[in-house]
Design a binder for this molecule. Structure first.
Ligand code: ISJ
Length: 412
């Protein structure tokens, strides 16, 4: 894109007149792109990595980010930003870095998304496999339900993966464009795992289109939008509407949702002077599912609280882990046969004033050259049905598969 200009050696924030489409068009393999319903943010290059092996807890992250910002200022940046991801397992370090240059502008319009949806994407799997296999996942659900019957835990979010090898290195640019285009309410991201590498290196990124906002901080205002409770959509419009109504009335899904809302309120309350909490959830749609959704708005007590601190204080919510947290963590560790990494973590950015946006890292994939791993999980509470949870996770995988043009790949 011709209009993006870098402001000298030290880099930092560049106020741009560019349209969201200009930013998206200038995306290159090792850039961070975050496109939300509120803004578009593009970060290029890597001034330095956090390179930490400390756990991703609110306290350590707060210290790390202050140190990153001080160093960036010493190196001449006036309004640095930190971008990256929190892992699901907070005993592991976060992946955070200060980019050389960053640009932000408004959200992409619906018309522009429509144009973008025609972007051709070519991902050709040479082989693919579900891990665990469908029966293995159903068995895992039974194991989780048994732990709940024994009263050890009230909710467990159990995930599975789809692994594939492709005939050539995945091209991230058309893929992120399609994700943005077909998920207008989503938080679409491409986060480079090795942002210091030249763009000629093979793709190594965490990419997705999450419908779920962990937290947005704008000045003193804090906005969260937890989702929990889901039903697959249907191509027939009246059946689709019937399903939305079924979800709104489902006792099982409302219980699942309420656990998340209570935990989010507990996490936010110490930081907020007051919280606006709606009486009950509403139903929102993604390209493939209906979800129960609640938007909560709060007012910060201390304007120094950063978006990253708020994200870390709530993460992982019962939407991706379960309740009680420690028992759910343990059950996930015992039952899931793979490491989640940044899946079910959080992806986003935080500027030096503390503003920022962090999405829950779901409907996503690790891409490493010709290898792709997609993830999807589902919340289980007493009364959950293993086959329905298999179908729900299969439908969740479709967000990435649709963007890759692989809708026909069987996920069951
Ligand atoms: C865990 C995922 O999604 C989460 C689980 C949901 C559910 O169980 O109803 C709904 C939205 C997300 O909070 C996922 O998409 O992988």
């Amino acid at each position: 894109m011709s209009s993006i200009m870098f402001d000298g050696e030290s880099g930092g924030h560049t106020a741009v007149q560019d349209t969201p489409m200009d930013l998206i068009e200038s995306f290159q393999l090792n850039d961070f792109l975050f496109s939300s319903p509120h803004r578009t943010l593009l970060a290029k290059g890597c001034l330095f990595n956090a390179h930490s092996n400390r756990p991703a807890t609110p306290e350590t992250l707060d210290e790390q980010v202050s140190a990153l910002f001080s160093r960036a200022r010493r190196e001449g940046q006036t309004n640095p930003v930190v971008v990256g991801a929190l892992p699901f397992d907070t005993t592991q370090p976060a992946h955070l870095y200060v980019p050389k240059h960053w640009f932000e502008t408004s959200a992409l319009s619906l018309e522009a998304r429509h144009d973008l949806s025609r972007t051709p994407v070519r991902v050709t799997p040479t082989e693919h496999a579900l891990f665990p296999r469908p029966q293995g996942y159903r068995d895992g659900v039974e194991q989780a339900l048994e732990a709940m019957r024994q009263g050890r835990v009230e909710k467990i979010v159990l995930a599975r993966t789809l692994e594939m090898n492709t005939d050539q290195s995945v091209d991230l640019k058309p893929l992120i464009k399609r994700l943005i285009a077909i998920n207008p309410r989503g938080y679409s991201f491409s986060l480079p795992m090795t942002p210091e590498q030249p763009d000629s290196a093979p793709a190594h990124a965490f990419i997705g289109a999450s419908p779920e906002l962990l937290v947005r901080r704008e000045g003193n205002q804090v906005i969260v939008n937890p989702l929990a409770g889901s039903i697959p959509r249907h191509s027939d419009e009246s059946e689709d509407q019937r399903r939305a109504s079924e979800l709104a009335a489902s006792d099982k899904d409302r219980r699942e949702h309420a656990l998340v809302i209570d935990a989010v309120i507990d996490g936010l309350s110490p930081y907020c002077a007051h919280l606006d909490i709606p009486d009950g959830p509403s139903v929102i749609g993604t390209d493939t599912l209906w979800h129960l959704s609640t938007t909560i708005v709060g007012e910060l007590k201390d304007p120094d609280t950063t978006s990253l601190e708020l994200a870390a204080a709530m993460h992982p919510t019962p939407a991706v882990c379960g309740h009680a947290r420690q028992a759910a963590y343990q059950a996930i560790h015992d039952i899931e046969p793979f490491k989640r990494g940044y899946f079910a973590g959080a992806v986003g950015w935080c500027d030096s004033e503390g503003n920022g946006e962090w999405s829950v890292a779901i409907r996503c994939a690790d891409v490493h050259d010709t290898h792709v791993r997609l993830y999807a999980g589902a919340g289980l509470v007493p009364g959950s049905d293993p086959q329905k949870e298999l179908v729900e996770t299969g439908t969740k995988l479709k967000t990435m598969l649709n963007a890759m043009g692989l809708d026909a790949l069987n996920t069951l």
